[in-house]
Design a protein around this ligand. Structure first.
Ligand SMILES: Cc1ncc(COP(=O)(O)O)c(C=O)c1O
Length: 406
């Protein structure tokens, strides 16, 4: 869904834009949030009108349910309005579907994609599995080693570069403007998974990316009850994304779109709250004897903080920490003792979650933060929600107390 006629979108701050984005009187009528339009079939007044609609292929026009209805159009337009530099946004039934949709919109058989070695595991599997089967090749790169990336680009002449910053397990921030400039000079398209920061925290298209992808299942949904993804881009790549998505028959349900739109309205305040709490909790964890390292770019002492402070305008509640213990079961023991944190996948919801992780497990080009320090791979990722941080700290103290610090 493109929104080129919404010229007012940069006149107000993102917080204000969040409350109005995607609202059009012709879609919402006199209600505040866009209603749920459940529709597969759209009826035409006449055969002439059907023919005109079929030929037009314009956004925001009734055609058939697979191209959505006002509930989906309104959400897509809202996301476009929140993404500086975007011409349009395509919605997908999950974040992983958005990753697939974006890569398939850009790549053809024989092309190469260079993928950041800290990328989300299913993104990696896309490259090593589906894309490989379709005749595309890949190589992983260390996103912190710009010179090595430049050499790899010269060697592989990639069609696409896939980026994720911070890496959603190991949390290192990479220099997106520098990496995308190298990619652009070589004629490659830069795609970025910006789920961690959302457009409120990182303006990916303005920082050099051509396509920005988000899992809306995280911060946008915000209530752990929906699956959805999005890709936003300038006009050229938006058209390619839209075409590929139509060809693949991708559509999201109006009920889920309404939930995502509802979540979007409060995303700013939720992110502010979880960021503040995450910083308080991360600082506390860094002072505990059972913890060797906290991986949180928002903290001043983090190796990624300088880049984060330069390029980002916000953060979120997701960060990781490494345990000192030699016991491979240590992270399991800690999370089993937690009472306030759920153990579960995903993140960005109002309820805090804890997950044992091994951030280095799948790496090829990049040493893990723990391996770099000669440490153990026993780590935990926390998604901090909206609870009182003091209660979460008390819970983590209970969890860490299960470990022997002698
Ligand atoms: C960084 C990142 N990108 C993409 C996804 C995929 O999103 P979804 O779960 O909506 O398919 C996830 C899910 O955990 C993620 O963490």
């Amino acid at each position: 869904m493109s929104s080129d006629d919404r010229s007012d979108r940069n006149d107000v701050s993102p917080a204000t834009r969040l409350t109005h984005a995607g609202r059009r009187a012709e879609w919402t009528g006199r209600v505040v949030n866009t209603p749920v339009w459940r529709a597969s079939t759209h009826l035409y007044e006449s055969e002439a009108q059907r023919k005109a609609a079929t030929g037009s292929d314009r956004d925001g026009e009734f055609f058939y349910g697979r191209r959505g209805a006002p509930t989906q159009w309104s959400l897509a337009e809202a996301l476009t309005e929140m993404e500086p530099g975007a011409h349009g946004t395509v919605l997908y039934p999950s974040g992983v579907a958005a990753i697939a949709g974006a890569l398939l919109a850009v790549l053809k058989p024989g092309d190469t994609v260079l993928m950041s070695d800290n990328a989300y595991d299913p993104s990696r599997s896309m490259a090593t599995g589906l894309l490989k089967r379709l005749g595309m090749t890949h190589a992983f790169f260390d996103p912190l080693d710009i010179a090595a990336f430049e050499r790899l680009v010269a060697e592989h002449r990639p069609r696409a570069v896939w980026l994720e910053s911070p890496g959603s397990l190991s949390m290192e921030v990479c220099d997106i403007p520098a990496l995308t400039a190298i990619a652009r000079n070589a004629g490659a398209v830069s795609l970025m998974d910006n789920t961690w920061a959302s457009p409120l925290g990182f303006a990916a298209l303005e920082k050099g990316c051509d396509i920005v992808m988000m899992s809306l299942s995280k911060h946008v949904g915000g209530h752990s009850d929906l699956m959805m993804g999005s890709c936003s881009a300038g006009e050229r790549w938006y058209r390619a994304l839209r075409r590929t998505s139509h060809q693949l028959g991708q559509v999201v349900s109006p009920d889920d779109a309404a939930l995502a739109a509802r979540g979007l309205r409060t995303m700013g305040v939720r992110l502010e709250r979880s960021t503040t709490s995450a910083l308080e909790i991360a600082d506390w964890l860094a002072a505990q004897p059972q913890v060797t390292r906290v991986m949180c770019p928002m903290r001043r002492s983090d190796p990624s903080h300088a880049l984060w402070a330069r390029d980002f305008t916000g953060g979120c509640g997701l960060f990781s920490f490494v345990l000192a213990s030699d016991d491979p079961e240590a992270s399991g023991k800690v999370v089993d003792a937690l009472e306030r944190f759920g153990i579960g996948y995903s993140w960005g919801g109002y309820e805090s979650l804890a997950l044992p992780i091994a951030p280095h497990a799948h790496r090829e080009a990049m040493p893990s933060p723990t391996a770099r320090k000669g440490g153990h791979a026993c780590a935990i990722r926390l998604s901090i929600g909206l609870e009182d941080p003091e209660d979460l700290i008390a819970d983590l103290a209970r969890g860490l107390a299960t470990l022997d610090t002698k």
